[in-house]
Ligand binder design. Structure first.
Ligand SMILES: Cc1cc2nc3c(=O)[nH]c(=O)nc-3n(C[C@H](O)[C@H](O)[C@H](O)COP(=O)(O)O)c2cc1C
Length: 211
C-alpha cells in the first residue's frame, strides 16, 4: 500500500502541509509506505498541449514533458491513494496545483469517448482545501471545488474533499497590515478548531491506507 501526498502550498509548514502531514502520518501508522511531494520545490509547467500522450499507438498514461513533474506523475499512478492539498488563491487552487492537475488529468483522460479514461488502475483521492474564509462562506467556492476534483475522477477510485476554513495565515498578525482580520479570533480558532481539522485529516489518511 503506497500513499502519496501532494502539497500545493508554497509554505512547507503552513496549514495545508500540516493537514497533509497528519493524514500521511496516520497512513504510515496504518502500515502504508508514504511519500510527500512539495510542488513548489519542483520546476515544471502546466500541460503544453503537445498531445504526445494521445498519439495513436503511443504509450498511454505517460507525460512526455522532460521536467521534474513527469516522474512524480508516474509515481502517483503507481500509488494506491493520493492526498492532495491546496490553499485557495483568488477563488481557485494555487497555480502549481492547477498545473499539476492539468498534467495528471490530461494523461489519464481518453479522447476516444466523452468522459472516458485511459488509466485502468484505481487510486483513491482526498483533496484538502484550506482557506481564509469562514465555513459559512465556503459554499461560494463549490463550483471550483467540483471542477478541481474532476480530473481525479480519471484515477478510477473514490474522490473526496475536506474543507479547512478560517485558517491562521501568520503567527503574529501584529507584524502585518491585515486589519480586516480579527487576530484573537484567528488564534482561538487555530487553537480550538484546527486540531479537529488535523484529527479529521488523520482519519482520512488512516481510512484510505486501510481501503
Ligand atoms: C495569493 C493569496 C490568495 C488568497 N486568496 C484567498 C481566497 O480567494 N479565499 C480565501 O478564503 N483565502 C485566500 N487566501 C488565504 C489562504 O488560502 C489561506 O490562508 C490558506 O489556508 C493558506 O494555506 P497555507 O497555510 O498552506 O499556505 C489567499 C492567500 C494568498 C497568499
Amino acid at each position: 500500500m503506497k500513499v502519496m501526498a501532494i502539497n500545493g502550498s508554497p509554505r512547507e509548514n503552513g496549514n495545508t502541509a500540516a493537514l497533509l502531514g497528519a493524514a500521511l502520518d496516520a497512513a504510515a501508522s496504518a502500515g502504508a509506505q508514504t511519500e510527500l511531494v512539495n510542488l513548489y520545490g519542483l520546476k515544471y509547467s502546466g500541460c503544453l498541449s503537445c498531445f504526445a500522450c494521445k498519439r495513436r499507438g503511443g504509450e498511454k498514461c505517460r507525460c512526455f514533458l522532460d521536467d521534474e513533474l513527469s516522474p512524480v506523475l508516474e509515481r502517483v499512478l503507481a500509488s494506491d491513494a493520493l492526498l492532495l492539498g491546496s490553499p485557495v488563491y483568488f477563488g481557485d487552487v494555487s497555480g502549481q496545483m492547477r498545473c499539476f492537475l492539468e498534467r495528471l488529468g490530461f494523461i489519464t483522460l481518453s479522447y476516444e469517448r466523452p468522459g472516458g479514461r485511459v488509466f485502468t488502475g484505481s487510486v483513491d483521492c482526498a483533496f484538502f482545501f484550506t482557506m481564509n474564509v469562514a465555513e459559512k462562506y465556503a459554499a461560494m467556492y463549490d463550483a471550483m471545488f467540483k471542477n478541481t476534483l474532476l480530473p481525479l475522477r480519471n484515477l478510477g477510485g473514490s474522490v473526496e474533499k475536506y474543507l479547512c476554513t478560517d485558517t491562521m495565515q501568520f503567527d503574529d498578525y501584529s507584524e502585518y497590515e491585515a486589519a480586516m482580520f480579527n487576530a484573537e479570533a484567528k488564534r482561538a480558532r487555530h487553537e480550538e478548531i484546527f486540531p479537529l481539522d488535523l484529527a479529521a485529516a488523520a482519519e482520512i489518511g488512516r481510512r484510505l491506507a486501510q481501503a
